[in-house]
Design a binder for this molecule. Structure first.
Ligand code: CDP
Ligand code: MG
Length: 707
């Protein structure tokens, strides 16, 4: 049974249900939402159809209201749940909080959420918001998703890789649950990836056994989407019915630049201050590509403020991006202090899934950081690329939620015309190892023949199968290996990180690897303010290891731990928080990132403990740790070339050590790296020195074949 875990949220301390006027206001708001006029019809359609597609503008009330309608209509009687999936954690968390408030219940009671590393549900939860990835993991334990009567897949238009896989899975679960014992469930599991060369017709096989699903009442599915691609979903679900809910959108004036901008960050800065000095009150939403960029703009705005006329400095910036801890994300949703203009610096997480009140102006540089995968080289990279037209429309739409608004696109109208209509589904541009590992764990043997909504390329599938085989997760006939593959599937991490953790317990350095993986899971641990570059560099040197970035990161983590433990034993949480903040500031460490890393650390630690892995430390002997890195990251090894660049051994790509690495200048002969980032160069980040002989010794199945 799910338990109430610690959460970033303060519990609504009873004031919510007592506060009648607030509830009245919420009730009024609920009634005036566009979706409220079609409540009866939607409930009827879901009763009659088993699959329904709902298309409606952001803000029409789909996410917050539909689950409540279903609850009210009795879909949760006999203890069943309405599950609602979101592609993003922040949406699952904020929406659950809002709905709990609307229902006048404590979060985690009737209404709860569950996201990776944070479960806010209890035995009495009936409306459960979660990420699509989390529901996929639940299916590992409960293949028929038996506790749900309805599953709502929200924001399906985002087409994240998890959404696509979840849709396929739900299709087969629904089929299994609606068939009786005499009917065939799915299709017989007659083939698998061992027969890669044979063309196979689409099939959904899983651990679903003949007739077993009939024990459970039918599962109803609702697919919700903001844009008008209902057709694709409808076709995939055999002509499912689609219902459109009218949105409420005020006019948004669109402005383009006359000439192409060379530096969109600079252009965004200029635009922010221009809006601030020339336009009527109203908050500004600026779309940027990631944490680093957001933090740099925060700094730029701060630096600029003193130069403004005294009466004009009433501006506050608030960041929001996926890896920001929830309690800090919440700040974006709070009103600015009276008389101030709020400038929200957001990644594309603010594009559709969340509603941020108060926004009247949108600044859209027209770029987004997107994953890209090259199946030929097997390299996944994060690139800043132009948005699609659909994304541009969604972004401008954020300005017209509460009244007329303006959107400033920092590119020309001609450039807009050249944008692709819609974004390529993630499944076609990411490394599939993670998904394939999960599908294998779900009992899907034939990945090539799997009933994907949109098939990834065969090459991408084969490459990922190969990678999983090399990591030891799959056997020679591409079955999940026992115990490595099974253990890897249990960990909610990238396969390579999971492998590193499992191996590190054999190398006696699981303690170190836990810290390394936690630190690698967050963005930018160091920050270097422009005006204090020298000081920052000196501070960072204190943690630097000549062996590389992994050990440097471990040093940062441990130094902070030691500081907090020394003399802080009896301090309150608040005091520890304050101390940590100060320590981070003094040491030029990004406090937000470090806190996130500590959080991730304790969560993964719990996982490996449950798996019974032996947690030990290698103490001073960091060679063990580096050998373990070599043994798990051998696919990311690179050799120095005479000209100082590196050749990645698995892909033969020419790469360079990123300037932020502690090994940027040292340039050792042989290294392993954590990731490749493609900007104007192929940069590798988080790099550690290894002995090339370790590769043939520790990964002979890969390196014995090569020289
Ligand atoms: O899912 P959809 O975009 O159709 O709408 P929603 O998320 O259900 O939000 C409906 C309305 O509820 C929004 O327009 C906001 O007015 C309000 N809301 C809010 O104030 N705070 C939230 N965290 C979520 C929704
Ligand atoms: Mg929604």
């Amino acid at each position: 049974m799910p338990t109430m875990a610690n959460s970033h949220f303060k519990q609504p301390n009873g004031t919510v249900s007592n506060n009648d006027s607030r509830r009245q206001k919420l009730l009024q708001q609920r009634k005036s939402l566009p979706i409220a006029t079609v409540e009866k019809r939607l409930v009827e359609e879901i009763r009659n159809n088993h699959i329904l597609i709902i298309v409606g503008e952001t803000g029409s009330g789909k996410t917050t209201q539909l689950p409540q309608y279903l609850f009210k209509a009795g879909f949760c009687h006999d203890g069943k749940l309405v599950g609602v999936t979101q592609p993003r954690r922040v949406a699952a968390v904020t929406v659950a909080k809002r709905v709990a408030e609307e229902c006048g219940v404590q979060l985690g009671q009737r209404v709860g959420y569950s996201v990776r590393f944070d479960d806010m549900t209890s035995g009495s939860t009936r409306i459960k918001y979660m990420t699509d990835g989390l529901l996929l993991r639940e299916a590992l334990l409960d293949p028929y998703l038996s506790k749900y009567s309805v599953i709502v897949v929200d924001e399906a238009h985002e087409r994240t890789v998890h959404t696509d896989v979840l849709l396929a899975l739900l299709k087969s679960v629904q089929k299994a649950r609606s068939q009786t014992a005499n009917e065939l469930v799915g299709r017989e599991n007659s083939s698998n990836d061992a027969n890669l060369e044979k063309g196979k017709e689409a099939q959904t096989t899983g651990p679903l056994k003949k007739g077993q699903g009939a024990k459970f009442p039918p599962l109803r599915l609702v697919i919700m989407s903001a844009s008008l691609d209902a057709q694709i979903f409808s076709e995939y679900f055999g002509g499912a019915k689609a219902v459109h809910v009218q949105g409420r959108q005020f006019p948004v004036d669109i402005f383009y630049t006359l000439h192409a901008e060379t530096d969109y960050v600079e252009a965004a800065m200029v635009t922010i201050f221009q809006i601030h000095s020339e336009e009527a009150p109203g908050d500004i939403l600026v779309f940027l590509t990631g944490q680093e960029e957001i933090e740099s703009v925060e700094g730029l705005v701060r630096d600029k403020l003193p130069q403004l006329p005294e009466g004009n400095r009433n501006i506050v910036t608030v960041p929001i991006y996926a890896s920001l801890p929830s309690e800090q994300q919440m700040k974006a949703f709070m009103p600015a202090p009276a008389g101030f203009r709020k400038v929200i610096l957001a990644t594309n997480i603010a594009e559709t899934s969340v509603t941020i009140p108060g926004i009247k102006y949108v600044v859209d540089p027209g770029v987004v950081k997107a994953r890209n995968y090259n199946p030929r080289t097997g390299i996944e990279s994060l690139n800043v690329i132009p948005t699609s037209k659909a994304q541009a429309l969604q972004r401008s739409g954020r300005a017209g939620r509460e009244g007329a608004g303006k959107c400033f696109r920092l590119y020309t109208e001609r450039e807009f015309e050249k944008l692709a209509d819609s974004t390529v589904p993630e499944i076609k541009r990411c490394n599939l190892s993670n998904v394939i590992l999960q599908l294998k764990a779900l009992g899907v043997d034939d990945i090539i023949g799997f009933d994907f909504m949109e098939k990834p390329s065969r090459m991408a599938i084969v490459k990922s199968l190969e990678e999983l085989f090399l990591l030891g997760a799959l056997t020679e006939d591409y079955k999940l290996s026992d115990p490595i593959g099974k253990q890897m599937a249990r960990l909610p991490l990238d396969p390579i990180y999971s492998k590193a953790l499992i191996l590190s317990s054999q190398f006696n350095c699981l303690e170190e690897m836990l810290i390394a993986v936690a630190m690698l899971s967050v963005e930018s641990i160091f920050f270097t303010p422009r005006e204090k570059q020298e000081e920052a560099r000196t501070a960072i040197k204190r943690f630097s290891s000549t062996e590389g970035d992994h050990i440097t990161l471990i040093n940062v983590y441990r130094s902070c731990d030691e500081f907090l433990e020394s003399g802080n034993a009896n301090n309150s949480k608040d005091k520890i928080f304050k101390n940590m903040k100060k320590w981070c500031k003094d040491n030029f460490v990004n406090g937000r990132s470090l806190r996130h890393a500590r959080d991730v650390h304790s969560q993964i630690r719990r996982h490996v403990e449950q798996m019974g892995l032996r947690i030990a430390s290698c103490g001073e002997d960091m060679i063990l740790f580096r050998r373990c890195l070599a043994a798990s990251f051998f696919l990311n090894a690179a050799l120095r070339q005479p000209d100082g660049t590196y050749r990645a051994l698995a892909s033969s790509q020419i790469v360079q050590i990123h300037p932020t690495s502690v090994l940027f200048r040292a340039k050792p002969d042989c290294i392993v790296f954590n990731e490749l980032v493609r900007t104007n160069q192929n940069y590798i980040r988080d790099v550690t020195r290894i002995d090339p002989m370790w590769l043939t010794e520790l990964a002979p199945h890969f390196y014995a074949r090569q020289d």
